[in-house]
Design a protein around this ligand. Sequence first.
Ligand code: ADE
Length: 227
Amino acid sequence: MKFDIITIFPQIFNSYFNESILKRAQKKKKIKIKIHDLRKFTTDKHKTIDDKPYGGGVGMIMKVEPVYKALQSLKKTKKQSFDKAQDRKNKKTKTILFTPTGKTFNQSIARRLSKYDSITMICPRYEGHDARIEKLVDEKISIGDYVLTGGEIPAMIVTDAITRLLPGVLGKDSSSQEESFSKPNYLEYSQYTRPEEFQGMKVPKILLSGNHAKIQEWKNKNSKIKK
Ligand code: ADE
């Protein structure tokens, strides 16, 4: 799976993508992440990526041309990276724009997107983006009903949620099969590790019993359906 992220703050991603499971997934070549600096796709001296809104209003709006140029350039490199035309046809790609007006991201969207070969994400900043950018993408995604300063955190969230679903990324593939949201609205049971007792709080006895059938029964009883 290849992730291409278009942003004006490329440095933001360094720390998160270079730790733990995401770092390992890249090392094992399960994923490839490429960050693209939107300013490289500007043509003026000041590398302008935003401008005032037509009709007035507060704040600055992300311009359409640099985003268009960035997407065109990505399309070209993608074409070159697959040798045969047939190869290109078989590759499933998706372009996403992050905006609070998009579809709310959840585990089922993560699962659907995990079947793609390549995902391009656009991270707007400022007060908003030129609406024509929406015509250049396949899907608009929000990560929740609140407003962030930009699409970088949403891009990290979506990359993270998809990556851990890919075969061979987690220690055991089953780790992502019995967890919260692995079924609609399913919330996993509580888990415990040593010590058996901490400041008077005890681990449920049944989990120490070694009786697998009884333990499974307890897990079933203690998982919930989210309302
Ligand atoms: N940009 C600003 N807020 C956002 C949100 N909630 N989801 C996705 N992109 C955003």
